[in-house]
Write a protein that binds this ligand. Structure first.
Ligand SMILES: Cc1ncc(C[n+]2csc(CCOP(=O)(O)OP(=O)(O)O)c2C)c(N)n1
Ligand code: SF4
Length: 282
């Protein structure tokens, strides 16, 4: 029986009051409730405040380049299908630097989960506009307002008929825990766009701003694509949180002859051959 404490308790470098704390807590609770032990979890991240999340957990992890966590996560899952793979990433990391990887992951549908901590700002680099910052919002780097239209990741993923698309709010941890569980349990690519206040650099999208707008979805059929598109596009005075869209489309790897046989993770290898390959790079 796995408990949240199995994932450890670490001092974080996040600012007091940062929305990332609620996500970390909800994630550990969700993993414990699904009884996924640390050695069966693979966390992958890039660069940013959100991307530090796996560093505050006892588990397998890979930390790579900014925006490049989705390809690494997909590789880990294909090499070891026994692993539950969760990619932890910021809105800049997933939708800016890693934007094309996001589109490719939606299309490919490998069985992994993306938890996008969406604080609508670049937190680690101290407050530049991110792809989800509202057009016209003033930031430290854009004193006259962010010039571009914001990217709506939920709408894009729904439009592309991704496997599983949900939105959550780090200030509603009970609901967020449920969304993480549903996303991880979904077979195929799943994503939860998590609204996460950055108390230091985003003075507009505060806890109160989200609280006043977020409402839990009820009576919504996430398999009805037209209804899902309507809910996905709602982001402003009211913001629906919950499962927006889901489909049971074929999962990448399953039924693909190239993936038949022993997975890479457990395949036997010749140590002498491996040594030769390593030496060829020396
Ligand atoms: C290719 C590349 N471009 C830019 C940077 C600089 N950089 C590091 S973190 C970051 C922003 C992170 O923002 P986000 O992904 O939204 O995460 P947050 O810190 O807000 O959680 C940037 C631009 C980098 N490390 N690599
Ligand atoms: S800068 Fe923002 S995102 Fe980063 S730890 Fe502080 S509050 Fe959180």
């Amino acid at each position: 029986m796995t408990t949240a404490d199995d994932y450890g308790k670490f001092e974080t470098a996040w600012c007091p009051g940062c929305g990332n704390a609620g996500i970390l807590k909800s994630l550990k609770k969700a993993l414990a409730e699904m009884d996924i032990p640390p050695h069966k979890l693979g966390m992958v991240s890039g660069i940013g405040q959100a991307a530090k999340t796996p560093q505050y957990m006892n588990c397998n992890m890979f930390n790579g380049l900014h925006g490049r966590s989705l390809p690494a996560g997909q590789g880990a899952k294909l090499a070891n299908p026994e692993l539950t793979v969760i990619v932890e990433s910021g809105d800049g990391c997933s939708y800016g630097e890693g934007g094309n990887h996001f589109l490719a992951a939606v299309r490919r549908n490998v069985d992994i989960t993306l938890l996008a901590h969406d604080n609508q700002i670049y937190g680690l680099t101290k407050g530049q506009a991110s792809p989800t910052t509202a057009q016209g919002q003033k930031t430290k780097a854009q004193p006259f307002g962010a010039p571009s239209d914001p990217f709506n990741p939920v709408m894009v993923a729904t439009a592309m008929q991704a496997g599983f698309v949900a939105r959550a709010f780090s200030g509603d941890m009970e609901h967020l825990t449920e969304m993480i569980k549903l996303a991880v349990q979904h077979k195929g690519f799943s994503m939860v766009d998590i609204l996460q206040p950055c108390v230091s650099f985003n003075k507009v999208n505060t806890f109160k701003w989200y609280k006043d707008r977020c409402y839990r979805l009820e009576d919504h059929d996430p398999t009805d694509w037209a209804a899902a598109m309507e809910k996905a596009s709602e982001f402003g005075d009211s913001i629906p949180i919950g499962v927006i869209w889901k489909s049971d489309k074929p999962v990448f790897g399953e039924g693909n002859p190239a993936m038949d046989g022993e997975p890479l993770a457990t395949r036997k290898y010749d140590k002498a051959d491996l040594e030769k390959i390593i030496q060829s790079f020396a």
